[in-house]
Design a protein around this ligand. Sequence first.
Ligand code: SF4
Ligand code: SF4
Length: 280
Amino acid sequence: MRIAVLSGKGGAGKTSIAVSLALVKGEGVLVDADVEEPNAALLLSPQMTSRREVFKKVPVVDQNNCDYCKRCAEACQFNAIMVLPGSVVVFDKLCHSCGTCAYVCPRHAIKEDEKPIGVIEIGVRGSIRFIGGRLNVGEAMGTPLIRELRRSIPKDSPFVIVDAPPGVTCPVVEAVKGCDYILVVAESTVFGFHDFTLVVEFLREIGVPFGVIENKRGLVEESLISDFCESEGLELIASLPYDSEIASCYSRGVPMVEAAWEMEDLFREILERVEEKMGC
Ligand code: SF4
Ligand code: SF4
């Protein structure tokens, strides 16, 4: 079973919830796919066993063979290559490594080079295996690194929790690929609610079963999330109360499940409900 934990915005508590679920399960794989702000290792504290660099392919133009016909630039749907009189410029950060420019170049003037974009770190804590990605500072695109992270998950893992990036961007789509169930973490604030509705729309479009965890219930008076779940017929898996002690534990690197004794039962129930939904 593969579960992704995501939220409409950062700070909703998804990483603490993903780590807590992994700890309650006590085995399996925890994947930190929030590669722009990876925090799961801070909360899980695994013993790191290996680290490797990840590269992406970027086009390199041999200007001696180029006649500046512009076919590469016309074919690139990401505007990542520009032809000027007498030179061709590649914008590495916009490039999706699709290879189209090299394919269409009539003079075979484009080769591919490898550029480092981040690292994958692997570690263990007890029977939990940790796999986390970290995007290099200034690197704009997390998708290739997340794709590589997914390939690093052992195929025979019966239980995988993915801490997905926040929002509804391409990296999120990549992170939730292959997941059987998604837990959406949302807080009942006006901003949190707006971002949550975008995630719901996105998940309905991609058609993966999902349930909602309302976090920090009681922080504000409104019950926007639970009311919305009720009116839209969404599965409200759990409501986690706001607790300033738990919030301060998070800032000290303590996951929710270890911040208060009663949280363990709550997370066990969440896991059981999801397993029940998946027929496990
Ligand atoms: S398609 Fe090839 S020849 Fe034409 S501008 Fe691009 S690199 Fe140069
Ligand atoms: S590899 Fe694809 S995205 Fe990158 S410059 Fe070429 S056509 Fe554009």
